[in-house]
Ligand binder design. Sequence first.
Ligand code: GLP
Length: 241
Amino acid sequence: MKIYIVKSYEELSKKSANIVASQVILKPNSVLGLATGSTPEGLYKELIKLYNKEVVDFKDVNTFNLDEYYGIHRHNPQSYYYYMRNNLLDHINIEKNNINIPHGLAEDVEAHCMEYEESIKKLGGIDLQILGIGRNGHVGFNEPGDDFKAKTHLVELQEETIKDNSRFFEKPEEVPTKAISMGIKTIMSARKILLIANGEGKAKAIYDTIKGPITPKVPASILQLHKDVTVIIDEAAGKLL
Ligand code: GLP
């Protein structure tokens, strides 16, 4: 793991955007794995700036999002589809057909999950996967559990995650309790992984991910076994290292 501890969220955002941009510059038809949450918002802002300066071109890029809430419509402002369009995809020259986000209202969830995996495979796999991290060490929506879930699947969200995500919803009871998420195997199959985290609230999860035992109780800890992981965190998130 390459670990960078930076001074500010701004620095974290710029550094991580530069990594994504250089991936696309070196391989214009890159397959990017995208994450949601508040952490990558700055990264996406910086990426849009680089696009506007004509540093990077997304016309041949394909994207796959890590996850989506189950049971909410794409046009619901709380959906990750909405988030992605709002924070990045509507502001760059990506082809609509090249955008892949799990469908929160998929009727046959199992078939949808399998198709999602197939689509990733057909494009040759994910070149660079961006990851945030939950306070309980979850990546995507792979919650702490008894085993490392393999592929894209339907997840039952844990209380801590529902509580953390309730800040984006008007009422706590509106927070979905299920999600469709890439599995740990899907994530680990990416050629490169970029994990970003900021703030003290993530310090324990970051410590456990990097220094702790590899255990499904901390899903992100499996990243220790990946051959090309870059971690960019601010000092607060790195304070226990
Ligand atoms: C959600 C997402 C994760 C994200 C996490 C942390 O659970 N499914 O992909 O990493 O939230 O979000 P934040 O960056 O807002 O702390």
